[in-house]
Design a protein around this ligand. Sequence first.
Ligand SMILES: [Ca+2]
Length: 194
Amino acid sequence: MNLKIFKTCLSLATALVIGGSAQATPNIVQNPGFEDSTLDFWSTPSQSNFGFLLDSSSPHSGAQSVRNNACAFGCLSTISQSLVTNPGSSYDLSFFAFTSNVNTAFPEVGVLWDGRSVFDQKIAAGGPWVKYTVPGLVASGPTTSLEFTVGPAGVLHLDDVSVSAPMVPEPSTLGLMLSGLATIGALARQRRSA
Ligand SMILES: [Ca+2]
């Protein structure tokens, strides 16, 4: 690669970084960080049935997170939300979680998307918060159930749940990329014909 092409590539890359290369899509989870200070939009069994409750002791962000009451053996704690989705669209899920105060060192945490298991992992107890991601979840209908589960004797701490469509480049960024590629192509042709 000659110096001129290299400089063009460098300035194009710089413009992309400075210009902001992508448009953020909205998070379709309601009350995603539990900052309503209620469990609005979420469904969970009663606390006596090992449901989830607000927990302000160590939120990942803001003032609130949630955790479940640990159940004994042979039961599952769950918290879920019905999301408004576009049928056929793909979404990326992310959430922050850790486990604590449990009889088992590695409680099994699961995520169900529309009733289908998309995450099933033993999470070490004790924190700190870890971000987990599950990309490429396709919605099959206008609403999709998102459910978190934690197995027997496990306490799951959960905060900042996000479900959004993957980032798409802004039209202006696309235009910039195409003009940059065209310039590189023209320079390459010039070089070959020289
Ligand atoms: Ca929060």
